[in-house]
Write a protein that binds this ligand. Sequence first.
Ligand code: SF4
Length: 387
Amino acid sequence: MTEKSGLYIHVPFCFSQCSYCDFYKKKAERVEDGYVGLVLKEASLYKEEEKIPLDTLYFGGGTPSLLEPPQLGRLSEGLGEVFEIGEGSEITIEANPETLTKEKLEGYRALGINRLSLGVQSLRDEVLAALSRNVGSEGVLGKLEIISGIGFDSLSCDLILGAPGSSSRDVQEDLGTLLRFPFDHVSLYMLDLHRGTRLYEQVKGGLSLPGEEEVMESYRGAAEFLKQAGFIHYEISNFAKKGKESRHNLKYWKREWTVALGPSAHGYFRGTRTKNPASLDEWSEKLERGEFPYEESFEETPEEKLENEIIFGLRLGEGVDRGSLDRYLGAAGRETEKALAPLLAQGYAREDGGRLKLTFDGFCLSNEVISFILSDSFGRKRGEEGR
Ligand code: SF4
């Protein structure tokens, strides 16, 4: 049976410029039709005699909800020339509240979008202001009333932990409010401070962020809250009701095929990793010349494949197959039993049904735990770097 691929389309335009964000994006109030044409041009480079079967399609960004339904309709039609978007496919669009109207949402639904992933980040006005989000909590809640009436099959929201002025109690209160709406998926991201962002400069200038312990407390408290509400912690940052895991994102973590279109998009298709340039100009110039716009593309070696299977697999609640670990560690002349013993003894990992799974404490220290497995340097890493 042919493996069904995922398709990712990056829409690198944003109405607002959030203070913490280091993604590639351009400030814009709308998506130009020319961009849609270029995405279709990139898609046409993948055209084969037989259409490529898909079972997930994901519009990410940036702010893909700047796309108007007719633009999305044009994209769907053009993509349908190259890809077979199978019955029952998961079709997601990421959205920012300020870009949504009832008409737009109805248009999306009519075009087959069945999953909406909403960037909420917080329901505290002071936190939203500190992050330079474009909409306050009342605005978010107003949009949620509208979204709830549209009837998407699945609804997800993103929340940020560790934002300026946010506490563990705030996050749990936000979750309590959000779960009055039909969310079946929640992503919790820790705020990362990136050089070159406005927030980085503000912190350098004296703005304080919650301490590491407070952030971990937020993560622990939110995870517990979601568990009580019937969510499964299926990936370090992701929680879902049973059967509502993001099928598209699981393809990344499980190393399945994903074609990626648009500037800065990363794909993995038939064993080849592809990376498009984080520049609209460079990406479009290559397309105008009729070339694949990759900045980089390479085939993974079997060793890289195995290493990535372990790195990504350990992010998942289901963990990694013990046989893969035996092969990886064996190739480095290491014994699995011995290599894992400290992690098992300290409660960072457990073995279950022939798989190694990180515990919640292991998720909290995932970088260190994974690098310990890969390089046996846990004691040194923890001592030197902390978290
Ligand atoms: S909306 Fe998202 S992509 Fe755009 S600036 Fe904010 S965080 Fe970055």
